[in-house]
Design a protein around this ligand. Structure first.
Ligand code: SF4
Length: 365
């Protein structure tokens, strides 16, 4: 039986070092290969031109460079783009590119589906299929970057796509290492990366150590509201524990927190809610992003009226907090916040399966 090739993007720096050693090559070769993978972003070993032809051929006998296949790229009226990738096991995930005047923000997925069950989120309806591996996360960046016009590049990244990133922390941390490493990685500043969590507080100190931004998807100002909207996470770590974890986080962090607040008509958008939100977050170094609920078929929640959104924002602002309205982007292709998932699970149905031998092997396979 032919052994599948090892995906070089699937190896971390130590594992690649081991492969280089097994091939009897000098240690500096590891660094060279990493630079080809992440800085020059070659799609194949053939392109690693400072490695001798003989050594490239030797490497091609055992390894390959494999990025997940792109199934679709849909462009919304406002320019937001939604990409769908097919993973090696025929599951699918989505990534959203949000272009603004001088910024290109990439919204990354960290799980296929999600472990949590937020009632306003389409991904939650899929349940959890599995965690993404680090190369499947970094691959979203490499694949999208490769399709941008010359001179254009991704300016920031947010882990706000499918999944709860802090429940797949090891892979997310490894991906962030590859995205931020200056010697051989993609060289992004950690300040340009935001990890968004529904409130998985045990991992907050780990996020702080990574030096990236932390955003909390809050959405409720009482335990009753969070139990209703986000029962799994609030059942585990209630609002008091969450706010205490935020205070502790800020004690040792230079970076302020961001609170995301999905506004849902008649659920959490009243003046009382706005006042409670201001009281809850008083004294925390933070800003609040209001996200009017993005409706999707089959969900009973509704987006508040613009005038109610305005009153909510003014109420919080008068209490001295920085509160911003996030424009809804890409909702006509179900690419807006909370709308990812359904197409990912449906689109691969009926597509021909692929031979396992044509696909690379990951370290744990
Ligand atoms: S909002 Fe985020 S954490 Fe909640 S179910 Fe959706 S993907 Fe998961």
């Amino acid at each position: 039986m032919i052994k599948p090739l090892v995906n070089l993007l699937g190896l971390n720096a130590q594992e690649l070092g081991q492969l280089v050693q097994d091939l009897g090559w000098p240690r500096y070769r590891t660094h060279q290969i990493l630079q080809w993978l992440y800085q020059h972003r070659v799609p194949a070993i053939e392109g690693m031109t400072n490695v001798s032809k003989a050594d490239r051929e030797r490497l091609q006998q055992v390894a390959t460079v494999y990025r997940d296949e792109q199934i679709s790229r849909r462009i919304a009226k406002d320019g937001t783009e939604k990409f769908l990738w097919r993973l090696v096991d025929d599951l699918a995930v989505e990534t959203v590119l949000i272009p603004e005047e001088r910024r290109r923000t990439l919204c990354l997925s960290s799980q296929v589906g999600c472990t949590l069950d937020c009632g306003f989120c389409l991904t939650a309806q899929m349940g959890i299929k599995r965690n993404l591996r680090a190369p499947e996360i970094v691959g979203q960046v490499l694949n999208v970057q490769a399709q941008l016009p010359e001179g254009d590049h991704i300016t920031s990244m947010v882990f706000m796509g499918m999944g709860e990133p802090l429940m797949n922390f090891d892979a997310v941390a490894e991906a962030i290492q590859r995205l931020t490493n200056l010697e051989w990685g993609l060289g992004f500043s950690p300040r340009r990366i935001t990890v968004s969590t529904a409130g998985w507080i045990p991992r907050f100190p780990d996020v702080r150590r990574l030096g990236v931004n932390l955003a909390i998807s809050l959405n409720g100002t009482t335990n009753a509201q969070r139990d209703y909207l986000m029962p799994a996470v609030n059942g585990r770590y209630n609002l008091d524990a969450l706010i205490q974890a935020c205070r502790t986080y800020l004690e040792d962090s230079e970076r302020p927190l961001t609170f995301e607040y999905v506004l849902i008509a008649g659920v959490n958008d009243s003046v009382e809610d706005a006042n409670r939100l201001a009281s809850l977050l008083r004294g925390l170094r933070c800003k609040i992003n209001m996200i009017p609920f993005n409706e999707f078929p089959g969900n009973p929640f509704r987006r508040p009226r613009p005038e109610d959104i305005d009153v909510f924002q003014q109420t919080v602002r008068r209490r001295g907090l920085d509160v911003f309205l996030r424009k809804s982007r890409g909702d006509d292709v179900l690419g807006a916040c909370g709308q990812l998932g359904r197409s990912a699970s449906e689109v691969l149905e009926g597509m021909p399966t692929r031979s396992k031998q044509s696909l690379p092997m990951y370290a744990e396979s």
